[in-house]
Ligand binder design. Structure first.
Ligand SMILES: *[C@@H]1O[C@H](CO)[C@@H](O)[C@H](O)[C@H]1NC(C)=O
Length: 181
């Protein structure tokens, strides 16, 4: 009888523990699933462009078009994981501005302004708030260069505003820092 009692108590705590673990799993994406989002730059005069892709082959393919790999913005998800939301990607008519936003209303406004959705884009998912060990992605824009620019570096953000004529547009969303998975 005493033995059964102990078993029941153990079973209860085991169930609680499993429930707790699964609750935790439900609030964050699995860091091991996150992949690098590569940042490329095209320095053509008058219309520079920062472009971001998770596709390593596309990075190589873009080199003949004048793009150079710069660094990894952070880690993103290619399927929707717990707590994440889609990151939309639109391109200006002249294809010299690659714009990323989590705001669907804004996508509509951009499309009215001549931007178009990328055909067959890799779907990207990031966090909309700073949860699960994520870091902010700062969003900037240069009217002179027609360039949307995104960085997780506060130092770079300040430098682009001070020296390169970029305007601060706040935070785009939150990605996992490199080295997290
Ligand atoms: C989304 O974009 C629209 C249009 O710019 C803006 O009015 C709205 O506040 C944005 N929503 C969020 C959640 O930022």
């Amino acid at each position: 009888m005493k033995f059964l009692w102990i078993c029941l108590v153990l079973a209860f705590f085991f169930a609680l523990n499993t429930w707790g673990l699964s609750l935790e799993y439900r609030t964050c994406g699995a860091p091991a699933d996150a992949v690098p989002l590569y940042r490329l730059f095209n320095s053509r005069s008058g219309s520079v462009d920062h472009w971001y892709t998770p596709d390593a082959a596309a990075v190589t393919d873009a080199v003949p078009k004048g793009y150079a790999f710069e660094n990894v913005l952070g880690l993103v998800f290619l399927t929707q994981e717990e707590g994440t939301a889609p990151l939309y990607h639109v391109v200006s008519a002249s294809a010299t501005d690659n714009l990323y936003t989590m705001n669907l209303t804004e996508v509509g406004l951009d499309e009215a302004n001549g931007y178009a959705s990328v055909p067959n884009p890799p779907t990207l998912y990031i966090y909309a708030t700073q949860v699960c060990g994520s870091v902010p992605v700062y969003r900037l824009y240069s009217a002179a260069g027609t360039d949307s620019f995104y960085t997780t570096s506060e130092a770079e953000r300040l430098q682009f505003i001070a020296n390169d004529g970029y305007t601060d547009l706040g935070i785009m969303g939150y990605v996992l820092p490199l080295g997290c998975s």
